[in-house]
Design a protein around this ligand. Sequence first.
Ligand code: HMG
Length: 297
Amino acid sequence: MSLPRHVRLVEVGPRDGLQNEKQPISVADKVRLVDDLSAAGLGYIEVGSFVSPKWVPQMAGSAEVFAGIEQQPGVTYSALTPNLQGLEAALAAGVKEVAVFAAASEAFSQRNINCSIAESLKRFEPLMDTARQHGVQMRGYVSCVLGCPYEGEVAAEQVAAVAGELQAMGCYEVSLGDTIGLGTAGGVRHLFEVVGRHVPRERLAGHFHDTYGQALANIYASLLEGIAVFDSSVAGLGGCPYAKGATGNVASEDVLYLLQGLGIETGVDLPRLIEAGQRISRVLGRESASRVARARA
Ligand SMILES: CC(C)(COP(=O)([O-])OP(=O)([O-])OC[C@H]1O[C@@H](n2cnc3c(N)ncnc32)[C@H](O)[C@@H]1OP(=O)([O-])[O-])[C@@H](O)C(=O)NCCC(=O)NCCSC(=O)C[C@@](C)(O)CC(=O)[O-]
């Protein structure tokens, strides 16, 4: 299969990137991050989540962040919503696109959202009905697609079943998450081969964490499988609070550098993206995890 000419980058730094940070980050710094990412040319930014503040305290100010950002025309600003309560809060904050998240592993589902996979899908039904009534678009996530921190191996067929359900329920795109970043290129090709039989590849995205240093290889393997949407996080921020030991998402700067080298368009400006990453890294008091940003420093 030939490589796509255009790739859509879904920037998850403000949400997946920051959700696991223990230190307080001000609303102003979060707003500045989102605005910097818009200025870098990203067309899709996951701004925050409307989840229980007891479960993920860092995302508690998401409504304020939405109120503060300067929304640019043509850019999608989305939020994670686990249930109807989260969707209602997102609607009140003026959010136009949301993401629901399920897992391919029962144990992870319990730890992350306190219910079984089947219960989570059931919980999404009223959320999705209400979202449709408000013309809100829905994206879906499946976590632990290449392994689970609690259960170990996860079958590609199980991922396909959950992704298929999310699509059938109304998600226009399903992002497959290697939550703990242990997947390899071979596993990724097998995964998309199997899931691609149930969900068209143009409706699938890749979401890779870089714990084992395999994320860029996994993205290249996904490109070979015809995948053209990737989630990434500026400065390589991130990690899921319910996936112990998992490091950040693959750095957006590094993904962009890879894609530029392949002649694939994204519409994103690398120097401005690096600046956005350097700025939030200074706020967090540490060096960017992006290899490209460090090489260009
Ligand atoms: C799903 C729940 C809420 C269930 O949590 P629960 O405790 O079972 O919920 P509940 O319905 O029994 O409600 C308990 C309390 O939570 C409140 N509550 C209930 N819902 C909400 C809401 N939406 N917003 C705010 N508050 C809420 C509710 O009002 C009540 O408050 P109380 O009466 O005790 O004061 C909880 O488990 C939760 O919030 N989990 C979120 C976990 C999370 O955000 N994880 C990280 C994101 S997923 C991820 O990172 C993976 C991904 C997507 O990036 C892809 C990958 O890498 O794999």
